[in-house]
Design a protein around this ligand. Sequence first.
Ligand code: HAM
Length: 416
Amino acid sequence: MSKKDKLSVEPYKGVRDFYPEDQAFLQYLFTTIRGVVEKVGYVEYHASILEPAELYKAKGSDNEEIINEQSYTFIDRGGREVALRPEMTPTVARMVAARRRELGFPLRLYSIPNVFRYERPQRGRLREHWQLNVDLFGSRSLAADAEVIGVAYGIMSAFGARESDFEIRVGSREAINAIATEHNLNETQTKELFGLLDRRAKISEVDFDAGLAKLGVNKSLLSPKNIPAEIEKMIADFRDAGIKNVVYDPSIVRGFAYYTGIVFEVFDTHKDNNRALFGGGRYDNLTALFDDEALPGVGFGMGDVTIRDFLTVRGLIPPYTPPTAVYIAVTKPELALEAQTLAGELRRGGVSVAIDFGERKLGDQIKTAGKHKIPYLLVVGDDELAEAKFVVRNLASGAEESIERAVLPEYFAELG
Ligand code: HAM
């Protein structure tokens, strides 16, 4: 095989490989998130990546872009049309509808699935991402909307973000629908109004005004000053609780047609990250796809790609440390089994240890430990074994200490 016949080492377009440092970041993300959401009573669920494609075609979840342009679908061997989930909301609505009689309400659920969208890959947008989903079912209370927004705020704080780093923009589909009714807009025109608001940040003020004029809609109604009473109350309550970066933004309407009430997005305020970190809102009719009785829901999604950009530009990503505490190098290959025995003693004492097999020079073995970012090194040689004493080297500082074999597990346990 010539070199040009070899397979590419690149992953599929728009998806990522997670090397240990990337995976460690993901785990940090998940652990931090769990710490916040579980404190507020959310419990974890999960589901398969595969769903019947009709779930996203059904009335009420008709985000045209998602179904027509962004879904990964295929026909299985039984002739069924299958989709890789592009989002989790229809799945969780299905799961809740399936057990609505057994489940207790209000019901607080979260999940961190990977989701797939056929998008043009760019900064902050990929074809696969991990997305936290937090959803609350069975309440129409404004306090439920506020709780969910508060959870988003809590997650940002847990990552070390300050209020000036992000803004929580709240809009209302109900308010826009009321404006459409007032102006006697038909279904197509109402859709146009939502589309115009959704694109507002991307188009010029002149084009926005022209769009409104075409629909005959009075622009002053879409001013941040014309704030719906319930959003005004929510923002005042947040202020009283010391949360000051929640604002009313009438152009937040969200792309998904299933939202029925308050909608919101958390925006990164850094100029390089011009994207939403979270998106969500109230959807009171989605379970009606599966059941006659609609069950109210409110929730949000947050992706790993945008939050990573957010944390990176602010230096908030914690430094990587592997789970391995100690690397054992050997002066010759024949001592690999001795190293294994010593490693066993340490592991029984609760220490994570990896060994080298001595196939490379000692200097190279030490470099390997450094590449893996393992904090401590031990060298096993004939003299060390005879004396039952080993030099422990701190690879970051270079400091060394000679420790007796019998007390090594305690020594590392104390180092933590
Ligand atoms: P969404 O706004 O489409 O909402 O996605 C939520 C978040 O997922 C976005 O703010 C962004 O962080 C991330 N995200 C979305 N698409 C991509 C992509 N192609 N690449 C990287 N990150 C992405 C939903 O999906 C709703 N189902 C959320 C929801 C849950 N609403 C209620 N409950």
